[in-house]
Design a protein around this ligand. Sequence first.
Ligand code: KG4
Ligand code: ZN
Length: 341
Amino acid sequence: MKILAIETSCDETAAAVIEDGAKFLSNVIASSGELHRKTGGIVTEVAAREQVRSIIPVIQEALVSISGQAEIDAIAVTAGPGLIGSLLIGVETAKALAFAWNKPLIAVNHLIGHIYGNFIENTSSTFPAVVLIVSGGHTDLILLKNHGDYTWLGGTLDDAVGEAFDKAARILGLGYPGGPAISKAASSFIAGGATLDPSLPRPLITEPNFDFSFSGLKTALFNIVGSKSALPLPQEEIAALAYEFQEAAADCLVTKTIKAAQEFGAKSIMLAGGVAANTRLREKIGKSAGNIPVLFPPFKFCTDNAAMIGSAAFFNQNFVPWENLEPDPSLSLQGLPNVLD
Ligand code: KG4
Ligand code: ZN
């Protein structure tokens, strides 16, 4: 089964052709990230206008991998969550193609899509799996008993971890997007070997639940930076704070994920979403997991892409008549398993 998948939930415009959920024939991404770097964060209207500009060329390029639309069995699209202006472009384009080409339409929850970054070109996933979804907008722990059989275990009570990375980077003057910037600064600390003082809190880490909280961590960093008399901070101090922030965030994520994996007898742990690109998080979770295999999507399938949407569409087959599909910017995971009901 070949699926043309479309993803436009935020500032990436992406299209891919996926065969049987695991093989990608094309994976095309245009990003308006550069424009948002200048403003230090996403301006939603700019993101939506760039979606309009990119959507047709991106789909055209994705289709070059096949001989024509006749080869496509279905069209998949991210229905939410995300920015409404951005989502609308992908959803309306997918509906128009489904109507014009007379193809079935499959709606995909963006967060479930992120999980499926682990299934592309990879057959080693085993169920039950505990999945940690860590993106710019979400931080959730999911028990995945099988395809389509999801249970939400817990999530952030306030900021998403990616959002916390972005805010921490802004506090430290490291630019946008914050995750890669913090990670880069932190690695220069490791190389430099300076000392850590003071340490940052690990909110909720000992609480008997699967929840997270990152807003206090961000505020603690803000207060430390604000208490310094000489600003801007010297490079080595910025690096030390970036390192400590990354350690604190990763410790919280790793502790709750391992706890869930042990409690539910997970046969594998999967990371998903943009923050899953963080090498320190990968390293720490790998060390703590013991003999439970830990899966990470390849970097290109961690941040937003359409290949993961095509894979999720194949394995979940959530068909919707095009007349009934509307984007839902706050489509949640907590209504699982029937996320689109
Ligand atoms: O999944 P994603 O591409 O978009 C959303 O659906 O939100 O995630 C974007 C988030 C941003 O907050 C970005 O700072 C973070 O992922 N991110 C990282 C890294 N690369 C991207 N966070 C930590 N370390 C990274 N290497
Ligand atoms: Zn995402």
